[in-house]
Design a protein around this ligand. Structure first.
Ligand SMILES: Nc1nc2c(ncn2[C@@H]2O[C@H](COP(=O)(O)OP(=O)(O)OP(=O)(O)O)[C@@H](O)[C@H]2O)c(=O)[nH]1
Ligand SMILES: [Mg+2]
Length: 406
């Protein structure tokens, strides 16, 4: 999904050119062409940002143009710039007289008030319409990973309806990552079977040393990963490590509890695994768990729908205004803590990208936001916007002016 390109907020030229001043500027002159530019930009803009100079004070030209803008019937945001220092205070009050509402006070040069300005702009812009980014012919990339002998190849064969992959009780049967195209009525899927991930040591530390580089490679290239766990064995540390790897790589994930036909106490097994997941894979809270038997076919019909749901969540794009409405409430309910005795001011949040959903929060000293508060925000995003089972990224920008410090 991607944002529909929309008309940018019109930047209104300064005093040199004023629509309505036609008699003073011939159309072919620079001033005349600027008139035209401002008129057209105002007509197509979702929002007009009208910038006045708070240091110089309101001029007749400002009043004239404000009057003209009020007649255009477009949303206008008044910005009083160069407002650092005392001398600007009284002009800020004057700016109210323009009849365009309360001015947002900034100093573009000193980077003050910029995040507030961004929040104000976001509040006034219409919510972005979204369009399909991908054509539906492109296959969904799905990797099947898990420990050796978990039942990955049997699962893939069952999805394909044929004995494509060699299976058997010997662990380590699949040696390479093998891709196959599945023509599913809901859209093609590129399935990649992988070698069992057998390393006992922590995957994070030992990544290079893994003998299963191809499996890791497939995982990194996948959009969705099905983590196959042998339900007769329960959830091992290694399963959780693979889960962490999936989270770290930012892939969508579905947990398949395989060999369900051979599980004696299903209720206890399901609960034990759910509890362990809740405790250990907090970064992917809400992950879908599908119990199935690749041997008998039971539960198999639930797997691909779960995969498509995970894919959709992973692709989510949220409208900026809605995210900021939530953000404001979240900050109110539970204000950010003091850091070294100073209040940490968060101002504005925006979704930078999807796949996985990635947000940037701006604010004074935002980069020092403690981890538990970051988790609070991530959990809030997950619950409020219904983003289960997908990694959510939150980046923090402590800069006062995100434009000058990209
Ligand atoms: N009871 C039962 N056995 C299963 C099921 N799925 C797989 N198995 C058995 O588990 C063993 C391993 O299956 P594979 O599909 O080869 O496992 P794998 O994960 O591909 O293993 P590697 O490629 O070695 O990593 C085989 O003996 C399968 O018959 C199932 O749903 N139920
Ligand atoms: Mg295999």
């Amino acid at each position: 999904m991607k944002r529909r390109p929309r008309a940018p907020a019109a930047r209104v030229p300064g005093r040199a050119a004023l629509p309505g001043d036609r008699e003073e500027a011939a159309p072919e002159s620079l001033a005349g062409r600027m008139h035209e530019g401002a008129r057209v930009a105002t007509a197509v803009a979702d929002l007009v940002v009208f910038v006045v100079d708070a240091r110089a004070g309101m001029t007749p030209a400002d009043r004239h143009f404000a009057q003209w803008l009020r007649r255009q019937g477009r949303p206008v945001l008044l910005v009083a710039n160069k407002a650092e220092g005392r001398s600007a205070r009284s002009s800020v009050l004057d700016a109210f007289e323009l009849g365009l509402g309360e001015p947002v006070v900034v100093s573009a040069e000193h980077g003050e008030g910029i995040s507030e300005l961004m929040a104000e702009i976001a509040d006034r812009l219409p919510e972005a319409e979204t369009v399909e980014e991908e054509d539906s012919d492109r296959p969904l990339k799905l990797a099947i990973v898990g420990r050796p002998n978990a039942g990955k190849s049997t699962l893939l064969n069952r999805l394909l309806g044929e004995e494509r992959m060699l299976t058997g009780p010997e662990p380590g049967l699949t040696r390479d990552a093998v891709a196959t195209l599945l023509a599913d009525p809901d859209g093609p899927i590129e399935l990649v079977d992988t070698a069992g991930l057998r390393r006992k040591a922590r995957i994070e530390a030992q990544l290079e040393k893994l003998s299963v580089g191809a499996a890791i490679g497939a995982l990194k290239l996948a959009e969705v990963v099905v983590l196959v766990v042998d339900a007769t064995e329960g959830l091992h540390d290694q399963d959780l490590q693979i889960g962490q790897l999936i989270e770290r790589e930012g892939r969508a994930c579905v947990l398949a509890l395989s060999k369900w036909d051979a599980v004696a106490d299903r209720q206890a097994t399901r609960r034990a695994i759910a509890d362990r997941l809740e405790m250990s894979l907090t970064q992917m809270r809400g992950i879908e768990v599908v119990t199935l038997s690749a041997l008998t076919g039971a539960g198999m019909q639930r797997l691909l729908p779960a995969v498509r749901r995970a894919h959709a969540v992973w692709n989510t794009r949220l409208p900026t205004a809605a995210v900021n409405r939530w953000f404001e409430q979240a900050l109110e309910r539970h204000p950010p803590p003091l850091v070294s005795g100073r209040r940490l001011k968060l101002r504005y949040v925006t979704q930078a990208k999807a796949r996985p959903p990635t947000f940037i929060a701006f604010g004074t000293r935002a980069e020092r936001l403690p981890e538990d508060y970051q988790r609070y925000l991530i959990n809030g995003l997950r619950e409020t916007f219904d983003l289960p089972g997908t990694p959510i990224r939150l980046q923090l920008r402590g800069t006062r002016n995100p434009y000058t410090d990209a």
